[in-house]
Structures are given as C-alpha cells and as structure tokens.
Ligand binder design. Structure first.
Ligand SMILES: N[C@@H](CCC(=O)N[C@@H](CS)C(=O)NCC(=O)O)C(=O)O
Length: 207
C-alpha cells in the first residue's frame, strides 16, 4: 500500500486540479494517476476507482477512496486544521463556500460546453443549448469578476479555497474555449497571474 495519497484524474479536469492545488497549498505529498474519465480505453481502470467512472478520486494512504471535489476538499481541511483553506466557522466560512459554489457552478458549465461544442460532432450541435450554456458561463464569470479583489487573494495575502476554485474555473475556460474570457475579465486575469507565481498553480496548469 502506498504511504502517500493518490489523486486519480488529470489537471485537465478542473475538479481534479482543484484537489491537486489544495493538497500542494497544504504541503501534502501526492501521487498522481493521470486517467481521463471519458477515455473508453481507460474505463476499466476508472471503474475500479469510481463506480460512476468519474474523476476526481482521492485514494488515502489507508486505501479509503474519496469522491467529489467538494467533500474531498472538506476532508483535506478537516484532517489538517492548521492549514485550512476554508475558514472553520462563521460568516467567513459561509462566504468562502459561496465563492467556491459560484466558481464550481460556473466551471460545470465550462465543462458542459466542452462536451457540447468541442467533442460532439458538428452535425449534432444544438446551437440554442450552446447559447444558453455560454450565457450561464458569462453570468458566472461576470459575478466572479465583480467580487475578485484588485490585489492579493480572496484569502488575503495567500490563496484560500475560493481562490483555488476561481482560478481553476477561469483557466479551464481559457484553455478549452479561450473566446469565453479573452480581454473580458481583467480582475480574474490578474488574480490568475498572481496565482501562477505559486508552484501549486503553475505546476498544474492544464494547457
Ligand atoms: N461534481 C463532481 C464533478 C466531476 C466531473 O464532472 N468530472 C468529470 C471530468 S472534468 C468527469 O468525470 N466526467 C466524466 C463523466 O461525468 O462521465 C466534482 O465536483 O468532483
């Protein structure tokens, strides 16, 4: 059995990347298993980790398997309380979790657009649905832009969990469908640039 934890999922999954960055910011050692959930040739190995053939999965040192980015990150905080990326209680916790929820809800649509537009054969494109999804992404990114700090991070002088989520969301859009962000969200662009000075973000960039 491995002494360290293993993260199943690539950085091209914004959910897996969020877990990877979280672990790095907490100074945890992490092994990576770069499996693509949607690659049919990797379906068997994926199924051995997650019955629904999805990433991320975090395999703990004792073999326990955790699924879904939000509860995984909750456990990461709970098991390393001195290195929490979400405040333990109160309004600060509520607001940080709400920022994460906004970024999470937005990136779900960014991923959805990849399946709808980048992967689905052109003849099966449903343009009205794509337009709806793009509108949802724009709404989410605009709302994130509005609350993004001009300097530093949501977490102050170092990133908290909502910085991790916001930057993963912004960069997922940038990498998969750049037209979504080009020249449109200056505060998010600057936040991502500040984050990229940290190895946790730079070493996991999905491009
Ligand atoms: N709610 C999940 C979302 C995970 C997710 O959608 N992962 C994608 C990869 S980015 C996946 O596994 N896609 C394959 C599928 O859903 O069939 C989380 O937060 O971890």
């Amino acid at each position: 059995m491995s002494e360290t934890m293993t993260l199943v999922g690539r950085n091209l999954s914004p959910y897996a990347r969020r877990v990877a960055i979280w672990c790095a910011l907490q100074g945890r050692e992490l092994e990576r298993l770069d499996v693509a959930a949607t690659d049919p040739s990797q379906a068997d190995i994926m199924k051995s980790y997650h019955p629904g053939i999805r990433v991320p999965v975090l395999v703990l040192a004792d073999g326990t398997r955790l699924i879904e980015s939000m509860p995984i990150c909750d456990w990461l905080d709970d098991s390393m309380p001195d290195m929490r990326l979400v405040p333990a209680t109160g309004l600060a916790r509520r607001d940080c979790l709400q920022r994460i929820a906004l970024a999470h809800s937005t990136v779900e649509k960014v991923v959805s657009l990849v399946y709808e537009k980048n992967r689905r054969p052109e003849e099966f494109h449903w343009k009205d649905w794509q337009t709806r999804v793009i509108g949802q992404i724009e709404g989410g990114l605009a709302a994130l832009e509005e609350i993004t700090p001009e300097a530093g991070f949501f977490g102050g002088d170092k990133p908290d969990g909502s910085d991790v989520a916001a930057v993963c969301t912004y960069q997922q859009a940038e990498v998969t469908n750049p037209f979504l962000v080009e020249g449109r969200y200056p505060k998010l662009t600057a936040l991502a640039a500040r984050a990229m000075k940290l190895p946790a973000f730079a070493d996991t960039y999905p491009g």
